[in-house]
Design a binder for this molecule. Structure first.
Ligand SMILES: NC(=O)c1ccc[n+]([C@@H]2O[C@H](COP(=O)([O-])OP(=O)(O)OC[C@H]3O[C@@H](n4cnc5c(N)ncnc54)[C@H](OP(=O)(O)O)[C@@H]3O)[C@@H](O)[C@H]2O)c1
Length: 245
C-alpha cells in the first residue's frame, strides 16, 4: 500500500507507522515538527530497511499547510492508496470545561480541522480508481457519557462525517474506515486512571491495519469494545444519565 499517515510521531500513529514499515508498505509521514518526523523516519529505516519512507510537515492547527503536505505525499508515493489520520488532541471533561483555549484546540483539532484535512486529501484518494480514508475516532463517540462529553462530541462528529462521505463517494471509489479505540496507553492518557480493557498502541495499530485490509467501515479495538458498544447503544437514555462512567 502507498500510505499517507498524519500523526506518526507518537502513540498509536507511531505504532501504525512501525507496522506499515515492517510490511514494506510505502509511507509518507506527516507531522507538525519536521525534527520529530525526521527522527521517526530514521528509526523506521533502521528497524525496517526495506521500507520506503519519507516525511513532510503538516499541522492540523494550520490548514494552510495541508495542500503542500498532501502534494509532497503524492509526489513521493505516486498515488495515495490510503490516508490515515491518527493525529488528535485530548483533555479531561473538567479541563475542557474550565479552559476555553484547550477546549477550542481539542474541538478544532479533532473535528473541524481533521475534516478540512480529509476534504483536502479526498480528491487525491479518488484519483485513479479510489482509495481508503481511515480516521481514528474513539469509543467515546458511541454514546454521550457525562465523564467525557466534549472530547466525545468531537469524535462523534468525526465518526458521523466519515460515515457520511463513505455514503457520498463510495460509488466513485472512496472507502472510509472509522476506528474507535478504547483506552490506549499513550502520552495522551498518561496519568489517567486505567479502566478495564486498556490496550497498548501496538495492539491498536494492528487492529487499524486489519480493518483497512478487510475494508471494514467501522472497527472498535480491542474487539471487546464492539460488544461494549453494542450494549451501550441499547442503554435507555434515562439509565445512561445515572451511570457514572
Ligand atoms: N490514547 C487513547 O486512549 C485513545 C483512545 C481513543 C482514541 N484515541 C485517538 O487516537 C489518536 C491518537 O492518539 P494517541 O493516544 O496516539 O495520542 P498521542 O500519543 O498524544 O499522539 C498524538 C499524535 O497527534 C499529533 N498531533 C496532535 N496535534 C496535532 C496537530 N495540531 N497537527 C498535527 N499533528 C498533531 C501528535 O504530534 P506531536 O508529536 O507533534 O505532538 C502525535 O503524533 C487520536 O486521534 C486520539 O484522539 C486515543
Amino acid at each position: 500500500m502507498r500510505v499517507l499517515l498524519l500523526g506518526g510521531t507518537r502513540g498509536i500513529g507511531r505504532a501504525i507507522a512501525r507496522e506499515l514499515a515492517q510490511r514494506a508498505d510505502d509511507v509518507f509521514l506527516l507531522g507538525r515538527s519536521s525534527g520529530d518526523c525526521a527522527r521517526s523516519v530514521a528509526d523506521l529505516c533502521v528497524t525496517a530497511p526495506a521500507a520506503r519512507i519519507a516525511s513532510g510537515v503538516c499541522d492540523l492547527d494550520a490548514p494552510e499547510t495541508f495542500a503542500a503536505a498532501i502534494g509532497s505525499a503524492r509526489a513521493f508515493l505516486g498515488k495515495i492508496d490510503v490516508a490515515i489520520v491518527a493525529a488528535g488532541a485530548f483533555g479531561t471533561q473538567e479541563e475542557l470545561e474550565d479552559d476555553f483555549a484547550l477546549r477550542d484546540c481539542v474541538l478544532r483539532t479533532n473535528f473541524t480541522n481533521t475534516i478540512h484535512f480529509c476534504e483536502s486529501v479526498r480528491p487525491a484518494l479518488l484519483e485513479g480508481g479510489g482509495g481508503t480514508l481511515c480516521v481514528l475516532s474513539s469509543v467515546a463517540a458511541v454514546r454521550p457519557r457525562r465523564r467525557i462529553v466534549l472530547y466525545g462530541a468531537s469524535k462523534a462528529g468525526l465518526s458521523y462525517y466519515a460515515e457520511g462521505i463513505d455514503h457520498r463517494f463510495r460509488a466513485q471509489g472512496l472507502r472510509t474506515v472509522v476506528v474507535e479505540p478504547g483506552f490506549v496507553r499513550t502520552a495522551m492518557t498518561a496519568g489517567l486512571p486505567e479502566p478495564p480493557f486498556a490496550a497498548d498502541p501496538e495492539r491498536v495499530a494492528r487492529g487499524v491495519l486489519r480493518a483497512i485490509d478487510r475494508r471494514a467501515p467501522l472497527a472498535r479495538v480491542p474487539r471487546v469494545w464492539a460488544l461494549v458498544a453494542a450494549v451501550l447503544r441499547r442503554v435507555p437514555r434515562v439509565l445512561l444519565r445515572r451511570l457514572d462512567f
